[in-house]
Design a protein around this ligand. Structure first.
Ligand code: ATP
Ligand code: MG
Length: 244
């Protein structure tokens, strides 16, 4: 079982961004994509989520053998995909509790008993060491980077997706936020879940040991390997890979 990306070509605004990406995220694996600014990492994440700005012109996305290349975002979520956003928008007036309740209802396709959802939220927050007062905060409004990440990880653990796609710019993450995300991933890791972790630097990889690393340059995967690849990149930089 896997999230399988085959020969994916994607355009936005008539610009070719992804130029034939092949990638397999199997259950039980943490797969990392690294690459320089503008190489297409977020485009891949957004395309996997079904963002309407990004057009698949060739290729296929299979979720556990089912073709979801043109499926609507909510259907993808129902089928077990979770996507974090590099720059999550704030939603004024919507509390974390309401936001998560709506997310659970949307994912399960019917309104859940609010008391059951509340109990689920409290249980997950305990596991993640998040104070209950967090539930009455407004979504991402006036939240620190670390708090936004806490919300993202809480959302992931409440929705219990099969495949999580996490787009992290470590550059904006302080040590606390990095730790929250890493602990969340490590807790989420199991033989029933697959993680696609997108990152710039290998800082996060000090906390999360990946099964595979793929380097994306100019809309293509140019090199693949194990955890050691991050160390190599740290030494030689991405420029050395640009002419491959
Ligand atoms: N909606 C869009 N319309 C036009 N061009 C876009 C759009 N989204 C992304 N691009 C372009 O596609 C290229 C890849 O962008 P993308 O955001 O996927 O890169 P990235 O690898 O995530 O970069 P970063 O490391 O800075 O997050 C860039 O040149 C970007 O300007
Ligand atoms: Mg990006």
């Amino acid at each position: 079982m896997s999230l399988s990306i085959q020969n994916l070509h994607v355009t936005a605004d008539d610009k070719d961004i992804l130029k034939g990406v092949n990638l397999e995220v199997s259950k039980g694996k943490v797969v990392v994509i690294m690459g320089p600014n503008g190489s297409g990492k977020s485009t891949l994440a957004n395309t996997l989520a079904g963002h309407p700005t990004y057009h698949v012109t060739q290729g296929t996305i299979l979720l556990d053998n089912e073709d979801i290349t043109s499926a609507k975002p909510d259907l993808r979520a129902k089928k077990g995909m979770f996507l974090s956003m590099q720059y999550p928008p704030g939603i004024d007036g919507v509390t974390v509790a309401n936001f998560l309740r709506l997310a659970v209802n949307a994912q399960r396709g019917e309104t859940q008993n609010p008391l059951h959802v509340h109990a689920l939220l409290v249980e997950k927050m305990k596991e993640l060491n998040i104070d209950e007062s967090f539930l009455t905060r407004y979504v991402n409004v006036g939240m620190s980077g670390g708090e936004k990440k806490r919300l993202e990880i809480l959302q992931m653990s409440v929705l219990e997706p099969t495949y999580a796609i996490l787009d992290e710019t470590d550059s904006g993450l302080d040590v606390d936020a990095l730790r929250i995300v890493s602990e969340g991933i490590n807790r989420f890791r199991s033989d029933k879940t697959g993680v696609l972790l997108i990152t710039h630097y290998n800082r996060i990889l000090e906390y999360v040991t990946p099964d595979e690393i793929h380097i994306m340059v100019d809309g293509k995967i140019v090199k693949s390997g194990g955890a050691e690849l991050a160390i190599e990149i740290e030494k030689v930089g991405y420029d050395a890979l640009k002419n491959i």
